[in-house]
Design a binder for this molecule. Structure first.
Ligand code: PMV
Ligand code: MG
Length: 373
């Protein structure tokens, strides 16, 4: 009898588990960092096979629960009142992006006429290393996009990637207030993309517009183009072991530059990234590698005239080792630690780069590009 009871219990629980499951990839900047924070500036970003998983299950409770494997004690509870999302229990700020993404997506569904109900959300992240260290692969963007995608899937609503990007960007910007949103684009589109940032002042100005109309509007300067890399292109990722705060690095640039130097940086970066995109169109690894090196120099110059340590000594070592061994290399993202990248010909040996990185305490992250199906 008892065995049967246990069995029944498990069976019932199984029926309720993971109605919806969505994997949202982390990202890595290839080129165009810092410039892309300005509207209309291009960058190249990739999505990686390191994910945040969002599960949604139906609930019989009176409130919906939000759980995360990373923050086990921080349960958030929520309700639907007058067809609107309301948080009823919330202890700390670890779930800001999750809550923002829920609010925006549920508000969007409500504006389309959906009748909302409560459910449980469980979040699991593999964007940190097993010992809990952050690699800087963009967990806030991945979780925001993951929640948006999971809720849309739960309501069986199939909308364009551009709209998913817009909902996720609104939710992310509501919390962070700055940033290019290239990480959101990578997480939503997957693969390799050329991303030009939209005018965030325009969005802030129009933020009170009905969300359905906002999502359906053209967003000034926004451009996302999926890219196909040449067959012989291989991306190597090295992690220098020191996590950096992207937000504080970007803020330092904002407060700290000579206008002429900065404008020159922007126009040079734009030309460089456009030539690099052309390298993708032409399937020319050589062109792409050449512009990776140009972009590295531009970022180093930016670091000099703003006084920001973008290419740290360890990132510098990472680049030198890769370049000495036939790669083109640069820091990735905001720099100041975290990851650097090397682009090499697949047909050449990469062993020397990886070995020398290892001898210099630089860890190769053996990740692959994640293409969304
Ligand atoms: O450090 P990451 O990988 O999060 O990249 C930041 C890239 C910046 O251009 C410096 C900032 C941004 O929001 O695009
Ligand atoms: Mg970073």
């Amino acid at each position: 009898m008892e065995v049967l009871n246990t069995y029944n219990l498990i069976y019932v629980r199984k029926e309720m588990i993971a109605v919806i499951s969505v994997k949202s990839p982390g990202k890595l900047y290839i080129a165009g960092e810092y410039a892309v924070v300005e509207k209309g500036m291009p960058s190249i970003v990739v999505a990686l096979n390191q994910f945040i998983t969002v599960n949604i299950e139906d609930t019989n409770g009176i409130n919906g629960n939000i759980n995360s494997t990373q923050y086990q004690n921080n349960l958030v509870q929520w309700k639907i009142i007058d067809n609107q999302f309301k948080v009823v229990k919330y202890n700390n700020h670890d779930f800001e992006y999750v809550i923002s993404a829920m609010k925006v997506t549920l508000n969007y569904l409500s504006s389309l006429g959906y009748k909302l109900n409560i459910f449980d959300i469980n979040i699991d992240s593999s964007l940190n290393s097993s010992d809990g260290k952050k690699y800087g692969l963009g967990s806030s963007a991945a979780v925001t996009a993951g929640i948006v995608k999971a809720i849309l899937k739960y309501y069986n609503l199939n909308i364009s990637l551009e709209k998913v990007f817009k909902l996720s960007s609104i939710a992310h910007l509501d919390v962070q207030g700055n940033g290019s949103l290239g990480d959101i684009a990578a997480s939503v589109y997957g693969g390799w993309i050329a991303y030009s940032s939209f005018d965030r002042d325009w969005l802030k100005y129009n933020r009170n517009m009905k969300i359905k109309n906002l999502v359906e509007s053209d967003w000034p300067e926004l451009k996302v183009e999926p890219l196909t890399p040449p067959n012989n292109l291989e991306l190597l990722i090295g992690w220098t072991g020191t996590p950096a705060s992207t937000s504080s690095l970007v803020n330092k640039v904002e407060n700290n530059y000579d206008k002429n130097d900065y404008n020159k940086f922007l126009s040079d970066s734009k030309k460089c990234i456009n030539r690099m995109i052309n390298g993708f169109h032409k399937k020319s690894l050589k062109l792409i590698q050449k512009e990776i090196l140009v972009n590295r120099i531009l970022l180093t110059k930016l670091g000099k005239f703003t006084g920001i340590n973008i290419e740290t000594p360890k990132l510098n070592k990472l680049c030198k080792i890769a370049i000495k061994n036939n790669g083109a290399a640069k820091s990735s993202g905001a720099g100041g630690g975290d990851c650097g990248i090397a682009i090499i010909d697949k047909n050449l040996s990469k062993d020397k780069i990886i070995d020398e990185w290892k001898n210099n305490d630089i860890k190769r992250l053996n990740l692959k590009i994640h293409k969304n199906l």
